[in-house]
Design a protein around this ligand. Structure first.
Ligand code: GDP
Length: 397
């Protein structure tokens, strides 16, 4: 009865902390995990009695159960409790965004069914809360204000205006192909920043805030000038946070008549900045309002990829095929074993690969696996992170 009650509580909770014992998994635990499967996205697995490093290794094996967060703790010694609190706080933030997204999806479904009447209208009202959040970043004079005005201005036939919002980080909203977007205010759009000696520092700082809020970042680059050092710093932050990133080559109208311009500019960016090889490059002209369809379709595609979750079974079947095609490398004379892979989160897209030995694991092989994931599971346009964890036993749960 106690168990039943706590499960009922779990289903209405925003975040569920499931406490397990690192030294043994009891049948009750398995039953809990099974019953919590429908709400697994809300579960944080606290693996208790992790008093030493050996047990910490064991704790990582709990990732195999498919919960997004596994935190080794020792309740008795208070070990790692602050990390647990941090994960829970982060989850509460994410939970809010996710609920709104689900409401939006439900509303879209209801709309498709048509004639839903009141319920549909209610759901649509909720759906308004979850818009794709887009931040426009870039050096001064790259055309950020011009682009934002063109996208949110009612003079474009391409996009339609949405009613305003109270959040003051939002510069404007619009709708495109039935999807709602919010453009986040970034330095230099709403009010041009004054020139001070620490403009550089200030703008990176502002960028961090916008990146945290955004689903997808449009990094505006003056097509004639190319990427600046500042852009590279900011791009790195975007990749680290696992946000969508589009390199938007603005002022493309000035490039007219230059043959092969897009290839030349793209090649240069790819060469100088390999960590951005996934980032779509989109030429636009903010003044002439060209390239906007491609820009928004690509933004939507990146956003969709960030939401995607691949089932663990499917992933591991693919992993088996990849390792057969290209066997894992030897490290210190021993072939590394790849035990198990699981996607631990979407948005940011993060996988964890359990291996027999992570030290000295070649980056090239890690890159091979990441590329296979991108290609076969359709994460071609967003940052994909894959962490390695050592586990001793074979992985299959
Ligand atoms: P911001 O500082 O990044 O917000 O840049 P602005 O939007 O203020 O634009 C800076 C200058 O570039 C202005 O003179 C714009 O008219 C010009 N500009 C913006 N977009 C384009 C474009 O697509 N083509 C051309 N030729 N000029 C542009």
């Amino acid at each position: 009865i106690v168990a039943q009650r706590s499960l009922e509580a779990a289903f209405i909770a925003d975040v569920i902390i499931l406490v397990m014992d690192v030294t043994m998994v009891a049948p009750e635990d398995e039953s809990y995990m099974e019953q919590l499967a429908p709400v697994r996205d809300r579960v944080v697995l606290a693996v208790n009695k992790v008093d030493n490093e050996a047990r910490e290794h064991e704790a990582w094996n709990f990732y195999r159960y498919g919960f997004a967060d596994v935190v080794p703790v020792s309740a008795e010694h208070g070990r790692n409790v602050d990390a647990l609190v941090e994960v829970v706080l982060r989850r509460l933030d994410e939970h809010e965004a996710l609920e709104a997204a689900q409401a939006a999806e439900a509303a879209a479904g209801a709309e498709a069914e048509a004639g839903e009447g009141e319920t549909g209208a209610d759901a649509a009202a909720v759906a308004e809360q979850r818009r794709i959040r887009v931040a426009v970043l870039g050096q001064p004079n790259t055309g950020k204000s011009t682009l934002v005005n063109a996208l949110t201005g009612s003079d474009t036939s391409l996009v339609s205006e949405l009613p305003g919002t109270t959040r003051d980080v939002v510069e404007g909203t619009f709708e495109y192909r039935g999807v709602a977007y919010e453009l986040l205010d970034t330095a230099g759009i709403r009010r041009k920043q004054s020139v001070t000696e620490n403009v550089e520092y200030y703008s990176v700082n502002r960028a961090i805030g916008s990146i945290a809020e955004a689903d997808v970042v449009l990094l505006l680059v003056d097509a004639e000038k190319g990427l600046s050092d500042q852009d590279k710093k900011i791009a790195r932050l975007i990749v680290e946070r696992g946000r969508g990133l589009l390199l938007v080559l603005n002022k493309w109208d000035l490039m007219e008549g230059i043959t092969n311009a897009l290839n030349a500019v793209s090649d240069r960016i790819r060469f100088v900045f390999p960590i951005l090889s996934f980032a779509p490059i989109v030429p636009v002209s903010a003044v002439e309002k060209t390239g906007f369809n491609k820009l928004l379709d690509t933004t939507y595609r990146a956003y969709s990829q960030l939401q995607k979750r691949i089932g663990t079974g499917e992933l591991n079947r693919a992993l088996a095929a990849w390792t057969e095609l290209h066997p894992p490398p030897y490290v210190h004379g021993k072939r590394v074993k790849l035990h198990y892979i699981t996607q631990v989160s979407a948005h940011p897209v993060v996988f964890v690969l359990f291996v027999s030995r992570s030290r000295g694991f070649p980056g090239s092989y890690q890159g091979y696996i990441v590329n296979r994931i991108r290609e076969e599971f359709g994460f071609t346009d967003v940052p994909v992170r894959m962490d390695l964890r050592e586990s001793r036993s074979g992985g299959s749960a």
